[in-house]
Every structure is written in structure tokens, then in C-alpha cells.
Design a protein around this ligand. Structure first.
Ligand code: ADP
Ligand code: MG
Length: 289
């Protein structure tokens, strides 16, 4: 979790794993709208083109990167997280699903230390993050990138400035900022819009910029909390495809969503939450609730 990328390195580390022959379920494609179908087929093609040997997402051979141990969070007497225990593995793509109010965002906020849980431990890369001192939090948060449904870009800054800002506040040298922002905008396909302001971009483009900003510190974990909630089907699939690509390059992705089609199409590990509890954990999951 600690090494900063050198300017010459891609901020998205080059990966390990490998998926085998995968395709999007015919059922999903059959029910999808035309543009969605086109985008989903494209993603299915990308998945099928993977020819390396199959390695399961959840495999004991992969190291545990995050462990929730009996985590509880109560808001004003309401138990938002109820003894959650989970192991998340390095480099996996994990979907967290469940109805509104199930506790998905609360789980994420505990992992990003927006607040500390009331009970339990959260161990990230061998360290109990609930014990981090306040001065350590900014350093920790750089290693856990996050994007939201409403993008949260700074409206008065350009695309470039929005991404660079995350580095400027952490005293990265100017030249390195230039290199890293350039690489990130290229990774998310936003180089040509570098001088535009957020209001001049589509929702999908804004989310790409938010993803570039989340990746600029080379996090080991990228968290996306309902990232497609404000997007149309085509943009939704483009963002999911981008998350998939980022995961392929080695970054763990945690996707909180209540979009059944996405989860069913991905066929990755799915954790289902209900009323603050993890009620299912499927290795190649589908949407259960
Ligand atoms: P999800 O992301 O799955 O929709 P949340 O984690 O946002 O669920 O919320 C879980 C539960 O905690 C819900 O019942 C919600 O109303 C409650 N909750 C979330 N945030 C707060 C808060 N800041 N104050 C009080 N209750 C909250
Ligand atoms: Mg939520």
C-alpha cells in the first residue's frame, strides 16, 4: 500500500490475474435495450478474448487485502452494519448488492474511514485501520480511491485541474503531476477534454474524470458507490467496462450497486447485504434480491 509510482510507471499497476472464457448471459442480452445490448456484447467480447488460464476471483492462493471482522455501525439506534465479517482478496472484482438501506454505503464509509465502526476491526494490508491516528488518515485514503453516483467534481476546475488537484494537495512535484495526470486521462479516455469544465461533459465523461482522480494516487482499491446510478445504459456499460479494465490491471474494485443487469453480466464475486448483514457471498454471483 505504500509505494508511490515513479513518473515513468503506469499508475495502474500491471497485473496478474487471468480470466478464462467468459461471456455475458444470453438472458441479459435478450432483455437489454439496443444500445445496452451493443455495449454489453462489446464487453462480452472483451471478456471472451481473454485467453489466459482461468483463475477464480476468490481463491485461497490470493492474499487477503481487506478483512472486516465483526464490524458494527449504529446510527441513532439504527443498526446499519450488524456484525459484518468478510475477507476481500488482492486484485478481485467484488460487487456489493442489496436494496436501498441495506448498508452498502456504510460498509464503504467504514473502509474509507469516513467514520470508524462502533465495534469490530477492519484490517487492510495487515493493518487495523480502525486504530489509525487522525494524521494518518489522508495517507491511508490516497490508497483507497472512491467514486460516487454524483461524481463530486469541482465545478470551477477543468478536467485536468480536477485530477491534478488531488496531487497538488499532497505536495507531488509539478513535473510528476503533469505526467501522472496525463497518463490517468489517457487511461479513462478523456485526454481530448482536458480543458473542459464538468458542466460541458456528459455524465459518463464526468464519471471517467472522477475515476481518473480516484486512481491518480495509484490506489490498491478502487471503490465505486453506485457509479452508474445517474447514467444511461450506454454510459453505464462504458463505465463498467472501464472498471473491468482497471481491475484487469491489478487494482481491486469494489462496486456497490443495485443494478441487477450489471451484476448478472459481470459474473464476478457478489456479496449480498440486507438490513446491515451479509446474507450471501457468491463466487460467480448473480443478483439475489
Ligand atoms: P445503502 O447504501 O445500502 O442504501 P446505507 O449504508 O446508506 O445503505 O444505509 C444503511 C442504513 O443506515 C439505512 O437504514 C439508512 O437510512 C441509515 N443511515 C445511513 N446513513 C445515515 C446517517 N448519516 N444517519 C442516520 N442513518 C443513516
Ligand atoms: Mg448507498
Amino acid at each position: 500500500m505504500n509505494s508511490e509510482p515513479k513518473p515513468s510507471e503506469s499508475p495502474v499497476p500491471v497485473a496478474e490475474p487471468a480470466e478464462g472464457q467468459e461471456s455475458l448471459p444470453a438472458k441479459v442480452l435478450a432483455t437489454a435495450t439496443k444500445p445496452l445490448r451493443r455495449a454489453a456484447t462489446k464487453l462480452g467480447g472483451a471478456l471472451r478474448r481473454e485467453t489466459k488460464p482461468k483463475v477464480d476471483d476468490v481463491t485461497p492462493s490470493r492474499p487477503v487485502l481487506v478483512e472486516f471482522k465483526d464490524v458494527c455501525k449504529v446510527y441513532d439506534g439504527h443498526q446499519a452494519l450488524d456484525h459484518v465479517s468478510l475477507k476481500l482478496y488482492k486484485g478481485e472484482f467484488l460487487s456489493v448488492v442489496g436494496p436501498s438501506g441495506a448498508g452498502k454505503s456504510t460498509l464503504i464509509k467504514c473502509l474509507t474511514l469516513q467514520f470508524r465502526p462502533d465495534a469490530g476491526r477492519i484490517v487492510v494490508a495487515g493493518r487495523d485501520i480502525t486504530l489509525l491516528r487522525n494524521w494518518e488518515l489522508p495517507y491511508y485514503r490516497r490508497k483507497v480511491g472512491i467514486v460516487f453516483q454524483d461524481f463530486k467534481l469541482l465545478p470551477s476546475k477543468t478536467v485536468w485541474e480536477n485530477v491534478a488537484f488531488a496531487l497538488e494537495v499532497s505536495d507531488v512535484p509539478r513535473r510528476e503531476i503533469r505526467d501522472r495526470v496525463g497518463i490517468m486521462l489517457e487511461t479513462v479516455g478523456m485526454t481530448t477534454k482536458r480543458d473542459n469544465f464538468p458542466h460541458e461533459l456528459s455524465g459518463g465523461e464526468q464519471q471517467r474524470v472522477a475515476i481518473a482522480r480516484a486512481l491518480v494516487h495509484d490506489p490498491k482499491i478502487l471503490i465505486a458507490d453506485e457509479p452508474t446510478g445517474n447514467l444511461d445504459p450506454v454510459n453505464t456499460w462504458e463505465i463498467i467496462e472501464l472498471l473491468y479494465k482497471i481491475n484487469k490491471s491489478g487494482t481491486m474494485v469494489i462496486l456497490a450497486t443495485h443494478d441487477r443487469e450489471i451484476v448478472d453480466a459481470l459474473k464476478k464475486r457478489v456479496i449480498t447485504m440486507r438490513e446491515g448483514k451479509v446474507v450471501a457471498d457468491q463466487e460467480k454471483g448473480t443478483y439475489l434480491v
